[in-house]
Design a protein around this ligand. Sequence first.
Ligand SMILES: Cc1ncc(COP(=O)(O)O)c(C=O)c1O
Length: 312
Amino acid sequence: MTMAGTAMPLTGPSVLPPIPVSATLAANETLARKRRAGEPVLPLAFGEAGLPAHPLLRDALAAASGANAYGPVAGLPVLREAAAGYWTRRGTPASAASVVCGPGSKALLFGLLLAIGADVAVPKPSWVSYAGQATLIGVRPHFVPVPPGEGGICDPAALAGAVRAARQAGRRIGAVVLTLPDNPTGRLASPDSVRAVCQLAREHDLIIIADEIYRDLVHDPTVAFPSPVAYAPERTVVTTGLSKNLALGGWRIGVARLPDGGTGRAPAAALWHGGAAGQRVRRGRHGAADAGGHRAAVRRDRCAAGGGAGLR
Ligand SMILES: Cc1ncc(COP(=O)(O)O)c(C=O)c1O
């Protein structure tokens, strides 16, 4: 394996730590076993509706099945346009140029963490993959408790403490994750908390990763949806996809809305040019897209090995 003409040890036991089965996959396997044994189970592990695909979606997917050529790195223009329309209709202005598509939002989150390249603050509890992905790419997840009665957001005061403590320990937290609404708590963070976290993100120069994949499962129309884009548009990346309310998890369709200026521009540009994690790995391995040195190569290699396994 070469990178810019240099031999690179990209795989092998010396760089890859053992990757455990993710907690949700393990729970899912246990549930499947119980189901096979005829035991009644209520599956609460996977975020999957178990509904059939809507006939409109089924027809559109069937009609597109002949389109088998490789597509553009940032995604098909028609999908980027559709995603921009989706956000704009929900009060978050977006243009097709600010949208990047990936094989599920999970791959986009992976690519984003890789592009940011610093530690990440994640709510405790949170979806298992954020911390797993951070660990795989060689940065550290910092678990921050959620405010009382809320979920999917770090308690602002505790977040400020975590950023300071990390700095004192010689680490840099460069991003914070919000899950709106949240998996696993099912809660939607309050506008006050979102505003406070956005303010802190500005003060400490953090990129805000707003995972809004469950947004259309907020069933109360009187609830205002507190997207961080409203408070810190210059540094917020929003991810979503068709896996949850549209029950299309197996089709792996995810999109990210990138900031079009300001602090979020650099990681956004890296994600845009490299696409999702898989794209970056492929380009990096051929030496075309990356001059990041051995550490970055190891990170990418971990992604290649663990992009699908060990996480969900
Ligand atoms: C909070 C959260 N974000 C993202 C994802 C990933 O979704 P996908 O990769 O299917 O877009 C999941 C899936 O379980 C999830 O629960």
